[in-house]
Design a protein around this ligand. Structure first.
Ligand code: HOZ
Length: 427
């Protein structure tokens, strides 16, 4: 497969951009070689600058549930752009998106739009601290909530991909108030809370871990978290930047029927444009300035382009049969992969919730970050290249989720299973 143009594009980009990329996991260094530079996307496919075509399961790391360059999204963005890209003043479009979100996500009575998932989690935690008057926070080992200083401790995504325990540049003092506990382990959470009685403002987690591969909650785990946090007056924050509108229209909270106090959103609600949001109970959200004293602001927050793409995307997702289709295509893909690893005697753990899935190369169970860390990344590297050479693009990391979108046809799925089976047979 020809990739000379990507190679020279990367050689040039590295002169001007650290690692040649604007987000670490896009760099292929953990799978070896250079990243492919993308020219365009259409539906389920992306095309690199050397002219190679790939069935894409990265989906811009989650947002593109309607696929690339969906005509309605493109039309909405063009229409918005022709009326002005940003005003720094309220528009009715923002209220329209906020209303859709409030009606869809059970925990959200009021919502603030921001520009990224990082901004959403950072702001939600500030509000939780302001609301409770407490400083400490608890996060889960392997959950990733963006690149907020004090949330990079034991984080997933690129931090896990590059084998970092945390990030340079974060003063110890900043992380002093961050406590971490394992996923699916309510007992350690209880003892941690008891050891820090009346000091913990919030517990933040991805209800389905999506930055360490895919790790679903054990049955009852989220309910236990709900009970424990309620008992101690701790704000429970679900980071649904990945799972929001992905596993169900109302996100993981409606999928599992557990309602947090606050929710962070991003990715899908911007339809592929930069956006984030945080929201929750009215009483808590009333702490946000100008109603309350917790400050948060942004020049481009709620800009008409991102908001229009988001509204169009969420309206499509409200149509009947959407989540059934995602479920059925992803189930076919997952069972094809499971059959292949079984047939060829490859140690594997298959994980899937709705249209998010992951194949870990390990003989262990993956129910928390330590389980995920047992995966054989060298074997993943071979798998990744085998797929890419056969025209299938997955994230260049054992710890990043795969996403099925509404435009993946049965043929795409069958082609992918066939390609993966060939690769697995040769591992
Ligand atoms: N943190 C994102 C994946 N979990 C990566 C974003 C990107 O590289 O675009």
């Amino acid at each position: 497969m020809e990739s000379n143009k990507s190679l020279s594009a990367w050689q040039k980009s590295q002169q001007y951009i650290p690692g040649g990329v604007n987000s670490p996991v896009r760099n292929f260094s953990k799978v070896g070689e250079h990243p492919r530079f993308i020219d365009r996307g259409a539906g389920s496919k992306i095309y690199d600058i050397d002219g190679n075509e790939y069935i894409d399961y990265v989906a811009s790391w989650g947002p593109l549930v309607l696929g690339h360059a969906h005509p309605d999204v493109v039309k909405a963005v063009n229409a918005a752009a022709s009326r002005g890209t940003s005003f720094g003043a309220p528009t009715t479009l923002e209220t329209e998106l906020a209303e859709i979100i409030v009606n869809a996500v059970p925990s959200i009575e009021q919502v603030r739009l921001v520009n990224s998932g990082t901004e959403a989690t950072m702001s939600a935690i500030r509000v939780a601290r302001g609301y409770t008057g407490r400083d400490k926070i608890i996060k889960i080992d392997g959950c990733y909530h963006g690149h907020v200083d004090y949330l990079l401790a034991k984080a997933g995504s690129g931090v896990a991909t590059f084998g970092l325990s945390d990030s340079g540049g974060v003063p110890e003092d900043f992380a002093r108030n961050t406590l971490t506990v394992p996923f699916n382990d309510p007992e350690t959470l209880k003892t941690t809370i008891e050891a820090n009685a009346d000091e913990v403002a919030c517990l933040i987690l991805e209800p389905i871990m999506g930055n360490m591969g895919i790790i679903p909650p054990r049955e009852g785990y989220l309910n236990e978290l709900r009970e424990i946090t309620e008992q101690h007056g701790i704000v429970l924050i679900f980071d649904e930047v990945i799972t929001g509108f992905r596993v169900a229209y109302g996100g993981a909270q409606s999928y599992y029927g557990v309602i947090p106090d606050m929710t962070c959103l991003g990715k899908i609600i911007g339809g592929g444009l930069p956006v984030g949001a945080y929201g929750g109970k009215r009483e808590i959200m009333q702490c946000v300035a100008p109603e309350g004293d917790v400050y948060q602001a942004g020049t481009l927050s709620g800009n008409p382009l991102a908001v229009s793409a988001g509204i169009t995307t969420l309206k499509k997702l409200a149509e009947p049969g959407v989540y059934e289709q995602l479920e059925s295509r992803a189930a076919t893909l997952a069972s094809g992969l499971a059959e292949a690893t079984q047939k060829h005697g490859i140690d594997a753990w298959h994980s899937r919730v709705g249209s998010m899935l992951m194949l870990y190369f390990t003989s262990e169970s993956v129910t928390d970050a330590d389980g995920a860390r047992t995966a054989d990344t060298e074997r993943f590297r071979q798998y990744f290249w085998g797929l890419l050479e056969r025209g299938v693009s997955v994230a260049p990391s054992q710890f990043e989720a795969g996403f099925v979108s509404l435009v993946h046809s049965e043929e795409d799925i069958n082609t992918t299973v066939q390609a993966a089976t060939e690769v697995i047979a040769n591992l």
